[in-house]
Design a protein around this ligand. Sequence first.
Ligand SMILES: [Zn+2]
Length: 463
Amino acid sequence: MEKAFPIKIGLEIHGYLDTCEKLFCMCKTDFLDAKPNSLVCPICTGQPGSKPMAPNSDAIKKMIQIALVFGSKINYSNIIWQRKHYNWADLPKGYQTTISGMHATTNATSGKFKGINLTELHLEEDPAQWNPDSGKINYNRSGLPLIEIVTEPEFSDAEQVIEWLKSLLLSLSYIKAVRKNAGIKVDVNVSTYGERVEMKNLNSLEKIRKAIGYEILRQVENHDKGIVQTRDTLAFDEKSGKTIKMRSKEGAADYRFIPDPDLSMIKIDKKIVNKIKSGLPEMPEVKLSRLLKKYKVGEKDAKILTKNLELVEFFEELVNHCIDTVKNMSWVTIELLRVLNYNKKTLEDDDVEILPSHLAELIKMVESGKITVLKGKQIMNDFVPKSFSLAEHKGEISNIDDSAIENLCKQVISENVHVVDEYKSGKVASLNFLIGQVMRLSERRADYKETTKILKKILGGSE
Ligand SMILES: [Zn+2]
């Protein structure tokens, strides 16, 4: 029997640290909605004579938070900024400033996340954005603080990588360390039989999945043909779904790392690290276990909630409003998510303001029978982007009384004679249509059970 082939996959993950300003200048960082080249200055466009400012202390703090979450060993001294040289249109200075390189002391070493060992992590600046088709360069990203996380080559397939990366992003979102929606850039190393190859700059989970799948297959096929794999750097072409060789080991990039004479050594204060450590928020697993044990939330719902920090925090606040949250869970995990998705919004959007106290009010009114479930759902539709107190709208939303229901039933019966005939001739489902009409006319303020009862009574049906 042939021995299973040894797949080893390692990752270098680059994430955008969530800071207000860039790493070495005071330019703002919200590049996602900004006009091209609107967040720039002489420093981040690498103009002659410009010197970097002292590194952004927020970026250093976020790096420490990330290192602590992984249990990495933080280096406190001898951390020297390096110039990593290469010539490319996205790099006006001719070098990238980074805490990495052949002999550099990185920001942190070792650490572990979900069974995968980490090699190291470090800070560096992002290059600009170069469009190879138009030749235009957008410097908004130039100088943004990045965290690079390097794993040991311990993954063995694409699915494992994707699930791990999803968990990683979730944990990083809990500490609010990495910019939401900015995406990640991942370099993926894959080795099977021969030397490892590196696939550069994969910027979505889908691309990572496809690239790994393609590369494993290609290497195994080459092995069967007797082709020996050399240490290559590849690019993944999305259109063809194939990897393309950029350079081989012989042509490996020589980055000519040198210490940056314009920047002083970083010294990390242990007291600051301890302070950050004591202020770290709960991680998803801790929240999940509390939801299961303390609040008795079902496992499926608990997983939905913990997938999103804002949602789980919303739920925990709702618990404080004396709601039977287990019984009423669907108002959060189904209804709230339904209206948010419908409006293409999330709880973290700036213009969204939904208060748990308002939802608690709504749930209590439904539970006490003051409003129908349907009316409650309709009100939820109006809760996005801003929720409101129901107390002020009581008269317009409360259930209507039985005599009002009866009047509406009579009206619906007289307006839908043929449906009534169908029902009387045995088509039971026709009753649902009539109930629906009463609901619509009452603006969902007619109680469902009462409506059914009254309709049946008028139509002469049995209970
Ligand atoms: Zn700048």
